[in-house]
Design a protein around this ligand. Structure first.
Ligand SMILES: [Zn+2]
Ligand SMILES: [Zn+2]
Length: 319
């Protein structure tokens, strides 16, 4: 939408919304973490932000055509609940058994010396934790795009043809578990304390909701630091050269370092998706990557097409 056709108040709001929603979410998380039931109150804050984003998507949508139903809403919610359950179980294990993990894994990987900078202010520890976790997220996400054995799980996320707040959590459980393992294990091994994990979880939750939102937000300077909706819309492009970029989940530091940052000065595509086919229904979607025929469907290959060309990964080339 052209800036000049919008009222100044609309443009001002579109600049303010991303940082405002992020700040409100983190402030709410801060209150939640100081109550006697942090997980309960965090989920209340999370759902409030979801509701606010869903409302704003109606009031000031980025793509009108992404407002139309795609028949995947219930599947999106089911995958989200399964993944959030998985994450919260992992967090519970992390909260109750970090010593066990550290005792077993730490001496093998690093010296027994305590290397995590506990004395730093918590905010700085969280930033350090985010940068370390982000490297694991980057490696997992990039590998999911560049190797067929992992793309078979990640394709579910890219099969959406509209971006909105509800498909934020549409990931195959295996895809999520790989990401959790690669991003959180280094922090356990380095001895990061529980508050660092909680705050990383909060940042990831709110940036994730905003990354997928169909609100007409403007984020130009923030695009250099955070994974914003604008950057992630390129990541969902059908065009391989545009889609195999911007792997960052919270920060784009590692995209900048490894040369996969992509933010050209034009509008990201509204026509998104993959050329392969994802099964109908939640259970079928969970099982599809595990069968040979399901794998071929995901890749968009016919039964006799056994020539696998990894860079294609079921998407369309630009040429
Ligand atoms: Zn992806
Ligand atoms: Zn996405």
């Amino acid at each position: 939408m052209a800036n000049q056709s919008k009222a100044p108040i609309y443009i001002a709001v579109s600049w303010i919304l991303w940082p405002a929603l992020f700040a409100v979410g983190l402030t709410g998380a801060g209150f939640a973490f100081h109550t006697g039931a942090p997980l309960l109150w965090f989920n209340v804050v999370y759902l409030a932000i979801v509701a606010a984003i869903a409302f704003l998507e109606r009031v000031m949508p980025y793509e009108q055509q992404w407002l139309h139903h795609d028949g995947e809403t219930l599947n999106d919610i089911a995958h989200t609940l399964l993944n959030k359950g998985g994450v919260q179980i992992a967090a519970a294990i992390g909260a109750s058994a970090p010593m066990a993990i550290a005792t077993v894994a730490r001496p093998v990987i690093i010296s027994p010396a305590h290397v995590w900078p506990d004395a730093w202010p918590l905010g700085l520890q969280v930033v350090l934790g985010l940068i370390i976790a982000e490297l694991g997220l980057y490696v997992a996400h990039r590998a999911a795009h560049e190797t067929l054995s992992l793309w078979r799980f990640h394709a579910l996320h890219h099969s959406v043809e509209r971006l909105w707040v509800v498909n934020t959590g549409r990931f195959h459980l295996v895809d999520s578990l790989v990401k959790i393992a690669l991003s959180q294990l280094p922090l356990y091994l380095l001895g990061a304390p529980l508050p660092v994990f909680l705050w990383i979880g909060a940042v990831t939750a709110f940036i994730g909701l905003l990354t997928h939102c169909n609100i007409d937000v403007r984020t130009r300077p923030l695009d250099l630091i955070f994974s914003t909706p604008r950057l992630h819309r390129w990541h969902h492009s059908r065009v391989l050269a545009e889609g195999n970029t911007n792997y960052g989940e919270n920060l784009v530091l590692w995209d900048q370092v490894f040369g996969t940052y992509f933010n050209p000065d034009r509008r990201p595509p509204a026509d998104i998706g993959i050329s392969g086919r994802i099964a109908d229904g939640f259970l079928a979607q969970l099982l599809q990557p595990f069968s040979a025929s399901g794998f071929r469907q995901i890749l968009g290959r016919k039964a006799d097409a056994d020539h696998l060309d990894p860079p294609k990964l079921g998407r369309q080339r630009q040429d």
